[in-house]
Design a protein around this ligand. Structure first.
Ligand code: PMP
Length: 418
């Protein structure tokens, strides 16, 4: 085949003969390898059809895999017709150029006041907040201390920062302290942790982290993606529930989970927000969220504060559901909240259990390495405030049958009723 450079005036004429090559052929081997390890993932069309229910490729399933914990994403609402400016579907520019619409300013003011913080900065997603914030707080001569089970966006933020990384054992404060003791006294130190761990449903030992942070002069950043909206007064978060809001200088959370919207926030001092506005590249170099999304977040935050029944119901259903699963003999790890894993160990078992559940009408997604450590595959079940108890009772029966079919539980165990 003869190739001729598009620019006819160019000196160079590519007239060599080429056999077409498939430059992406190497991907086949890598995908085959993933397939052999039962780790291939694929996108499936899903549609949430009614509160707590999901349609997957035409099949109706009870949705036990959503982060819409309060059921706000599809709740009937009286959202007033937004003003023309707030109705914009696109923002047309980044925040620092011309994308800082009034909706942003309102959300940041209201959210800072709610969190009893001086200031707030909205990012386009939790992923972007974590990579932008961590990589601007620490650099080459600094050190970051991160719980081994922290979310991937935290890990990516640390890698981007080029700081020295320390990943301490999950929730192990002695391990963290031993690492802090050895840190370079001339560099900055940042401790970062999820508040609720997204794949395990475990809770951070927050008081101990605060003590260590003070003792070793470190900055502390807490990611409240799975606790914001759910704990504390009006759902202000776990940090507020424990009264530690003045001790944690970098508080992060998302609008995409309990708030049923999209985007993320950082709250803290005016100085912190001013610094991030000037340094966080994932804020500076990306298009601002559409004003309509920001307005939607404002609405849902207000609503979640005014409807405590959602938090209360979620809490009650989660405790009951976990208790029932344990009673059947399932291993739910150390979960203490609305995220309830059922441990399967191997990838194969996780897929088999997920398939069995699918056949029985339940959406429970297999979580496999690298999202969780090797050998600790699981189905991650999540509850929401809008699940009906009768549907969950039916789901428990299905799960028990499926658990037997997969050999995850051995004998019929009496189920405690409460
Ligand atoms: N942090 C944690 C702990 C998360 O679980 C997630 C989302 N799974 C994120 C950050 C990222 O948030 P987002 O989905 O808004 O990008």
């Amino acid at each position: 085949m003869k190739h001729r450079q598009a620019d006819e005036n160019s000196e160079y004429t590519a007239d060599q003969t080429h056999t077409p090559t498939d430059s992406l052929a190497w991907m086949d081997a890598e995908l085959d390898e993933l397939q052999a390890r039962q780790q291939v993932r694929s996108l499936r069309e899903t549609a949430v059809t009614a509160a707590g229910w999901l349609d997957v490729e035409g099949k109706r399933l009870l949705h036990l895999a959503s982060n819409d914990y309060l059921g706000l994403s599809m709740a009937e609402n009286d959202w007033p017709e937004p003003s023309p400016a707030a109705r914009l579907l696109g923002s047309g520019a980044s925040r620092l150029i011309t994308g800082h619409y009034p909706a942003y300013a309102r959300l940041e003011e209201e959210f800072a006041a709610f969190k009893q913080a001086e200031a707030c900065l909205v990012f386009s997603s939790g992923y972007m907040a974590n990579i932008g914030v961590i990589s601007s707080l620490v650099g080459r001569n600094d050190e970051v201390f991160s719980d081994r089970y922290n979310h991937a966006s935290i890990v990516d933020g640390m890698l981007l920062s080029r700081a020295k990384l320390h990943r301490y054992k999950h929730g192990d404060m002695n391990h963290l302290e031993s690492l802090l003791k050895k840190a370079n006294p001339n560099g900055k130190k940042l401790i970062v942790s999820d508040s609720i761990f997204s794949m395990d449903g475990t809770m951070v030992p927050l008081k101990e982290l605060v003590e260590l942070k003070h003792r070793y002069g470190a900055m502390l950043m807490i990611d409240e993606a799975h606790s914001s909206g759910l704990y504390g007064p009006e759902g202000a978060g776990l940090i507020h529930e424990m009264g530690l809001q003045d001790d944690i200088e970098i508080q992060m959370g998302t609008f995409s989970k309990a708030y049923g919207g999209y985007g993320a926030y950082i709250t803290g001092s005016r100085r912190l927000i001013r610094y991030l506005t000037n340094h966080a590249r994932s804020l500076i170099y990306t298009t601002a969220l559409p004003p309509v999304v920001v307005e939607m977040n404002r609405y849902n935050v207000r609503r979640s504060r005014q409807e405590p029944w959602r938090r209360e119901r979620l809490n009650e259903l989660s405790g009951w559901f976990r208790h029932q699963l344990k009673g059947m003999g399932f291993d739910t790890g150390n979960s203490v909240c609305q995220i309830i894993p059922v441990m399967t160990g191997s990838n194969e078992k996780a897929l088999q259990f997920s398939r069995e559940l699918h056949q029985r009408g339940i959406a429970g997604v297999a979580i496999r390495p690298p999202t969780v450590p090797a050998g600790s595959a699981r189905i991650r079940f999540t509850l929401t405030a809008v699940h009906e108890r009768a549907d969950l009772t039916w789901a428990l029966e299905q799960m028990e049958e499926a658990g037997h079919a997969c050999g995850l539980i051995s004998s019929q165990t009496d189920r405690a009723d409460h």
